[in-house]
Design a protein around this ligand. Sequence first.
Ligand code: 13P
Length: 252
Amino acid sequence: MAEKERRLYIAGNWKMHKTSGEARTLAAEVAKAVGGSSRTIMIAPPFTALAAVRDALDSSRVRLGAQNMACEESGAHTGEIAPAMLTDLGVETVILGHSERRAIYGEDDTLINRKVRLARAHGLEVILCVGETIEQREAGEAETVVSSQLEQGLAGVEELSGVVVAYEPVWAIGTGRTASPSDANAMHALIRSNVESWYDRDAAEALIIQYGGSVKPGNAAELLSQQHIDGALVGGASLEADSFVAIVRALE
Ligand code: 13P
């Protein structure tokens, strides 16, 4: 498979934004506007808006995603959401290992790996987020950190189908500062070569690697045209239909 035969995958992570009413309106606008797109498209509202967004997406081809998931099937886990609760709501994809979960809520690679394996066991597509902090980058550790997060996140995952990787340098998230397209591409190439050494060439060639961190309509085309960048995980610009749809349509 030639690299750019991978279908581009644009995902919106709404983070802690939108009440269910607001989410329903935004999801309906997005679904209507991207009807003819050939891209894979996903939106991940807060848990409380999943049902409203599912209803608004109706029979559209936009996938429904969640932003996190518990590491256990069920039980005494106050405040957590089990995989079966997500699939019951029609969720198809779950974002795991986001840097905000790692930094603010102390999620480590072991916990994230448990979630990755549990999500796959429930048939959920996983978007596994990896990325270095600015201190790590300046210390020359970006490649080591990302490789280690990836290796630990994927431990025990035998099949890579159903797994997407999102490279999100922490210093680029919500800052307006993106990795340069060539730096991002180099990290994506490293991720792909790691995957080739741990799995095989076909798995590496088929792997979708999204870039995340201040992706906007103005920089999406240049990022998405890089050889190893197969999509975007969009935060702030996914909160308005116009900007998210412009990113979906970049290069189309
Ligand atoms: P921004 O697009 O707001 O930088 O957020 C990126 C992100 O964290 C997506 O998961």
